[in-house]
Design a protein. Structure first.
Length: 260
């Protein structure tokens, strides 16, 4: 069985002590492709170095994370625009614009700037015909309103670490989005578990968001890509199907979405 971790921050400092071992455990678990979302210019060098060291495993995204939208957002956007448009159609082509979105949970100082930044990056994704990786926290109504105003017939991308309701899940799928399912689906009474059991399996992709949000039985510990099969097994159990079916369908969806 092969799996794709569609969202992990393996360049994070949390892995500085054992990154090679973490990667080997992922490969041993069948997680052969790992997607690296960008955060901001402070993390680009680490992300790019890791991807260059293991090009057979890692594919990169590029974008400005909503919680990194500060007073210098215009300079950050200039850097991202240059990377996206300079790198397109090169051997280091990005597989998505991400991680981008809206986050009204931690800080509401730059709400208007978050909207502006997201609109710019959605436009770039359309120009480059790339999917988007959306981070949405406490902002689903705002996001759906913004997407409606963009008025595109269909979107291409993933709502990473989906945290909305079942109704919002179906709304996202209807718009064309996949749902990123990670460790939260294994938590007791998690809404994401209900969603993962209910929506079409073809609409789901697997992710860890490592080093964050470890699945049971590792909840509260550092997450890592080798735990993807635990998430897949939970989905299989919830749907009363085999692990192999979850692996095959989610991997095919990830490969198609990100053109892997």
């Amino acid at each position: 069985m092969q799996f794709v971790d569609t969202h992990c921050h393996l360049y994070d400092e949390a892995f500085d002590g054992d990154r090679d071992e973490v990667l080997q455990r992922a490969l041993d678990a069948g997680v052969t492709t790992l997607l690296l979302p960008a955060i901001d210019s402070q993390s680009h060098e680490r992300q790019e170095l890791l991807a260059a060291q293991h090009p057979e495993c890692f594919r990169q995204m590029m974008g400005l994370h909503p919680t990194s939208v500060k007073e210098d957002f215009e300079q950050e956007l200039d850097i991202i625009h240059d990377k996206l448009f300079h790198s397109h159609n090169s051997p280091t082509e990005y597989v998505a614009v991400g991680e981008i979105g809206l986050d009204f949970y931690w800080d509401t100082t730059y709400l208007e700037q978050q909207r502006e930044v997201l609109l710019h990056q959605m436009q770039w994704a359309e120009e480059l015909q790339l999917p988007v990786c959306l981070h949405v926290r406490k902002a689903y109504n705002e996001l759906f309103g913004l997407l409606k105003r963009l008025n595109r017939p269909r979107y291409q991308g993933v709502m990473h670490c989906f945290g909305g309701s079942l109704q919002e899940a179906y709304k996202a799928i209807e718009m064309g989005f996949h749902l990123g399912v990670g460790g939260v689906a294994t938590f007791k009474n998690a809404v994401l578990g209900t969603i993962a059991a209910t929506v079409p399996l073809e609409s789901l992709v697997l992710e860890t968001d490592a080093p964050y949000l470890s699945p049971v039985p590792h909840r509260g510990q550092r997450n890592e890509p080798a735990y993807i099969p635990l998430i897949a097994q939970k989905i299989a159990d919830l749907r009363s199907i085999t692990l192999g079916e979850v692996a095959d369908i989610t991997t095919a969806s990830a490969k198609s979405l990100f053109n892997l």
